[in-house]
Design a protein around this ligand. Structure first.
Ligand SMILES: Cc1cc2nc3c(=O)[nH]c(=O)nc-3n(C[C@H](O)[C@H](O)[C@H](O)COP(=O)(O)O)c2cc1C
Length: 213
């Protein structure tokens, strides 16, 4: 059993990274092999629309043909039993690191066909983790619910059931007084970070354990 967790935040140890770290710990506690990959450490592009992955009889049929730092990671994801993609919301969608990764992970398996199944490997357990500034009650208003559901639908189409994990109203800075921002109730954010985020870390641990079981 091999679980790969992918961090789409450029901040290794902040909200998204910490949650993913817990997922990895939970998976290991269940006896799985598990590791966390930070996309910001890699040099890569999004899909370049070469269509080599759909070329009939081609050497890269069903697999991404672009050669860069994602090549090996996509191979590992292809073989993994469980995938967890974590990303902050950036301007209402996944971070650019995660968007580019998703394009490359997903498109290789898609076929323009109503008759054939996608070229994804055997089913995997999977989860999507989203972290964001807005409180959960505002997700719909800011269009985030639709983005999350769309990504989940694609994951389910390719790999089978996919869990959703949301961490809302996150703490963005250690010290808000250093930054030019008057939008937030800083005390409420800090309180939430002290009282709710630790519970989310526990839930992330359980998610890892569940996915690996
Ligand atoms: C470039 C940028 C754009 C952002 N856009 C949004 C947004 O559209 N909606 C939102 O709720 N939060 C937004 N945020 C806040 C982050 O999503 C939030 O702080 C997240 O938890 C950060 O994840 P991290 O701590 O793992 O880096 C943005 C942050 C940055 C840096």
């Amino acid at each position: 059993m091999e679980l790969i967790a992918i961090n789409g935040s450029p901040r290794r140890d902040w909200n998204t990274g910490q949650l993913l770290e817990k997922v990895v710990e939970g998976a290991k506690a269940a006896g799985a092999g598990a590791r966390l990959v930070h996309l910001a450490d890699l040099q890569y592009t999004g899909c370049v629309s070469c269509f080599a992955c759909k070329r009939i009889g081609g050497a890269s049929y069903g697999r991404c043909a672009v050669r860069d730092d994602l090549t090996q990671l996509l191979d590992q994801c292809h073989r993994a039993d469980s995938l967890v993609l974590g990303t902050p919301f950036y301007f209402g969608t996944e971070s650019a690191f995660m968007r580019a990764f998703m394009e490359r992970l997903w498109f290789q398996y898609f076929l323009y066909s109503n008759r054939k199944k996608p070229l994804a490997p055997t089913k995997k357990s999977s989860a999507l983790i989203y972290t964001m500034n807005v409180p959960e009650a505002k997700m719909e208003e800011y269009g985030k619910t639709a983005i999350v559901q769309r990504a989940r639908q694609i994951m389910q189409f390719l790999f089978g059931p996919c869990e959703l994990f949301l961490s809302c109203d996150t703490l963005q800075f250690a010290d808000y007084s250093l930054y030019d921002t008057d939008l937030f109730d800083v005390e409420a954010k800090q309180k939430r970070n002290r009282e709710v985020f630790p519970k989310e870390l526990e839930a992330a641990f359980e998610l890892g354990r569940r996915l690996a079981s």
